[in-house]
Design a protein around this ligand. Structure first.
Ligand code: FDA
Length: 390
C-alpha cells in the first residue's frame, strides 16, 4: 500500500485519533500508526470505564506547564462545549458527576467508537500493531515502520506519556523531539498517590482505607477534596491533584479542618476533662484523631493544656506538614507531567517553531491537566489546533 500521505499521526489515543479525523475532514490524506493491537486503550479504562471526557469548568488555570499561558489559545478555539456537541451528535448520553466533570452514561468505549466513526468518512488509514523505527526528514518526513515506509509533509507526535506502562507506552515522542533538537521538560508522574515510609508514618499507614475531607497544599496551590490513607501512604482526589505540584524533598501541608476554626473548637473545651484526641474526634474520624495526636500533640485532658499550646495545636491542625518519601511512580500515575517544552511549539498550531511540519499534541506536550476531565479536553483542543494546520 502507498505510504505517501499528507499527514502521519503517531499514536492512536485521544489526541491522535481526534487530530486524524479533523485533518481528514479537511481533505488531508492521513495515516495513523498505533503500536498496540487496538486504538484508544487509555480512553477505554478512563473514568472508571465511563470516560470523564471533559470538564465544564475548563480554564487555563486547570493546567500545569512551565508556560501556564501556552494552553490558552487551543482551549479557547476548541472548548468543552465544542466537544460536547460532537458527543451529542453521536447520540452518546452523558451526565455531570460533580464539579463540572462529564462522564458517559454508558461506556468509555462509546467515545472510542465515536472517534473511529469520525475517522472512517475522513478516509484516515489506521495501522494498529505498528512499530515505528527510524524517522528522517528532507523535504518530507520519512518513517520506517513494520507496516512499511511512510512519507508525509506533516508528522504529528501523539504518542502520549509514560504513565501505566502495561498499556504499552513509549518515550517515542520525547525521543523524536530530541532527535530534532527540541527540549523536553523532564517527564514525571502526575495525578499519582504519594508514599510515606519509615516508623514515623507507621500510624498513618495503619489508617489504610480511611478518608476525610481536607485541604492539601504544595507550592502555593491548594485542593479541597477527599484525602485517603493507603497502606503505602496517601491517595484520594486531593492528594492526586497536589501530587502534580509536589516536588521530592518538600512537605505537603494538610488542613484537617478546612473552613472550621480549629482554635475555636479547642477553646470551647479548654476547661474540660476531655482528652484532646476526643475533642478532635468530634471533627475528624476517631482513628485519625488518635494517630494525629500520637504524631503531633500528645493527647491529655484539655484543662492541662495551656492557652499558648492550644493556639499552637490549632495552627498545626490547619497546617499539618507531612513529608512524602516519593510517589507510586508511572505504574500508578494517571498522567505524565512534563514533556515536550511548549517554548518549542506554536500555541496556535502545535507546530515546532524550528522544525516546520513537526507537530506535538496531547499528553506528550508539557501541559498537564488537573483531575476531572481536563486532560482529555487538552487532548481534544491541542489535536484540533494541529488539525487545522497540518
Ligand atoms: P494516549 O496515551 O491516550 O495515547 C497515546 C497512544 O500512542 C497510545 O494509544 C499508545 O499505545 C500509542 N503509542 C505510544 N508509543 C507509540 C509508538 N512508539 N508507536 C506508535 N504508537 C505509540 N483523563 C481525563 O481527562 N479523564 C479521565 O477520566 C481520565 N481517566 C484516566 C484513567 C486512567 C487509568 C489513566 C491512566 C488516565 C486517565 N486520564 C483521564 C488521562 C488521559 O487518559 C490522558 O491524558 C489522555 O489519554 C492523553 O491522550 P493522548 O492521546 O495524548 O495519549
Amino acid at each position: 500500500m502507498d505510504g505517501f500521505v499528507d499527514v502521519l499521526v503517531i499514536g492512536g489515543g485521544a489526541a491522535g485519533l481526534f487530530c486524524a479525523a479533523e485533518a481528514g475532514r479537511r481533505g488531508r490524506r492521513v495515516a495513523l500508526l498505533e503500536r498496540s493491537p487496538g486504538i484508544g486503550a487509555k480512553i477505554a479504562i478512563s473514568g472508571g470505564g465511563r470516560c470523564n471526557f471533559t470538564n465544564l469548568h475548563t480554564r487555563p488555570e486547570s493546567f500545569l506547564s512551565e508556560n501556564p499561558d501556552f494552553c490558552r489559545s487551543a482551549l479557547a478555539r476548541f472548548t468543552p462545549l465544542d466537544f460536547i456537541e460532537r458527543i451529542e451528535r453521536h447520540g452518546i448520553a452523558y451526565h455531570e458527576k460533580k464539579l463540572g466533570q462529564l462522564f458517559c452514561d454508558g461506556s468509555a468505549r462509546q467515545v472510542i467508537e465515536m472517534l473511529r466513526r469520525e475517522c472512517a468518512p475522513a478516509g484516515v488509514r489506521i495501522e494498529v500493531g505498528c512499530e515505528v523505527g527510524e524517522i528522517t526528514r528532507r523535504e518530507r518526513f520519512s518513517v520506517r515502520t513494520t507496516a512499511g515506509v511512510f512519507t508525509a509533509g506533516s508528522l504529528v507526535l501523539a504518542s502520549g506519556g509514560l504513565s501505566i506502562p502495561k498499556l504499552g507506552v513509549s518515550d517515542l515522542a520525547y525521543r523524536v523531539a530530541r532527535q530534532f533538537g527540541l527540549r523536553v521538560v523532564e517527564p514525571r508522574p502526575g495525578l499519582v498517590p504519594l508514599t510515606l515510609v519509615g516508623d514515623r508514618y507507621a500510624r498513618l499507614r495503619e489508617l489504610s482505607g480511611l478518608s476525610f475531607p481536607g485541604a492539601v497544599r504544595a507550592d502555593d496551590t491548594e485542593f479541597r477534596e477527599s484525602v485517603l490513607f493507603t497502606h503505602r501512604g496517601l491517595s484520594g482526589p486531593a492528594i492526586l491533584q497536589i501530587s502534580s505540584y509536589w516536588r521530592p524533598g518538600e512537605p505537603i501541608r494538610v488542613d484537617l479542618l478546612p473552613d472550621r476554626p480549629g482554635g475555636r473548637a479547642l477553646a470551647a473545651k479548654r476547661q474540660s476533662a476531655m482528652e484532646l484526641a476526643t475533642v478532635l474526634a468530634e471533627h475528624v474520624p476517631k482513628r485519625l484523631a488518635d494517630a494525629w495526636c500520637a504524631l503531633e500533640a500528645p493527647s491529655r485532658p484539655m484543662r492541662q493544656i495551656g492557652d499558648r499550646e492550644i493556639t499552637a495545636v490549632a495552627a498545626r491542625l490547619h497546617d499539618w506538614r507531612i513529608e512524602p518519601s516519593g510517589t507510586e511512580g508511572f505504574v500508578k500515575a494517571e498522567v505524565t507531567a512534563g514533556g515536550i517544552d511548549t517554548a518549542e511549539l506554536s500555541s496556535k498550531t502545535m507546530e515546532a517553531k524550528r522544525v516546520p511540519g513537526l507537530f506535538a499534541i496531547g499528553e506528550a506536550v508539557d501541559v498537564t491537566g488537573h483531575l476531572g476531565g481536563f486532560n482529555f479536553q487538552w487532548a481534544w483542543s491541542s489535536a484540533h489546533a494541529a488539525a487545522l494546520a497540518v
